[in-house]
Design a protein around this ligand. Structure first.
Ligand code: 0L1
Ligand code: MG
Length: 258
């Protein structure tokens, strides 16, 4: 049995420093000789978030990652990952973001849900869909703190699932958003896909989130935002406008400033 313990404080400090100083770091797993489990990784993530909250940031929502079957297979896992969103990650629709605050940002199209009321974490069979009062097109900026985006499953959980920024388009009435065509344009690059890439239907992300939040005691509160997962592969976020269009939901844009 492994009797050594993980130094959660030191590992969270390392990731926090990488983010604050915009300097990449190496895989925790690769440089840690005792192995980091999934529970340890969420403990490191929690400690990382506590550091941000201690600096005055506030929690505004959660995000899911590894919601595409292809990505799960690639990582050899069957469970989605959850990260936390804070107020400093929010960029207004149509707004500018200074790219120098990121190490090597990528951007991806997402569906956002908004919670009208708290979710009961003691009821894993609860009706999370009824807690949602709005849905919107969105984009997430991911910025792994690991060199060259090279990480293990537990590394990326510890690193708050690469969360770095997000922008949300117009909120609309809750509706079925299965199989909507998605297009993301970033400069000369375009990627197209479907919301079906998000667990077959983005609404499944809500149920996956409920399951993991109940088990890991991740609060889901009224007013918070949920990013359901990427609808296409992420593409590098270079200077200029990134624009995401989702059929029937509309458009969301953000401008990256070099
Ligand atoms: O889907 C996501 O939000 C990305 C999760 C982290 C994986 C990555 O950084 O590529
Ligand atoms: Mg994402």
């Amino acid at each position: 049995m492994n009797t050594k313990t993980i130094d959660v404080t030191a590992l969270s400090a390392r990731l926090d420093e990488a983010q604050r100083t915009v300097t990449d770091t190496t895989s925790l797993a690769a440089s840690h000789d005792i192995g980091i489990g999934v529970d340890d990784a969420y403990r490191i993530q929690n400690a990382l978030i506590d550091r941000r909250l201690a600096r005055g940031e506030s929690l505004v929502g959660v995000k899911l990652g590894f919601t595409s079957r292809a990505k799960m297979a690639q990582m050899g896992v069957s469970e989605v990952i959850v990260g936390r969103l804070t107020d400093t990650m929010r960029i207004p629709d149509g707004g500018n973001v200074d790219l120098s605050r990121f190490i090597h940002p990528k951007i991806e199209p997402e569906i956002a849900y908004r919670l009208a009321r708290d979710v009961d974490l003691d009821d894993p069979m609860g009706d999370i869909e009824s807690c949602v009062d709005a849905v919107a097109p969105a984009m997430e900026i991911i910025d792994s703190r690991y060199r060259d985006f090279r990480f293990t499953y537990t590394d990326v959980v510890a690193d708050n699932t690469s969360a770095a920024g997000y922008v949300i388009g117009p909120w609309l009435e809750p509706q079925d958003v299965a199989n909507r065509a998605v297009r993301l344009d970033v400069g000369a690059e375009t990627v197209t896909g479907s919301t079906a890439a998000i667990l077959g239907n983005p609404v499944r992300a809500l149920h996956a989130l409920l399951d993991i939040s109940c088990r890991r005691r991740i609060p889901l509160r009224a007013g918070e935002v949920i990013l359901a997962g990427a609808a296409t592969a992420a593409i590098p976020f270079t200077a200029g406008t990134a624009q995401c269009d989702i059929a029937g939901l509309g458009r969301v844009t953000v401008k990256g400033i070099a």
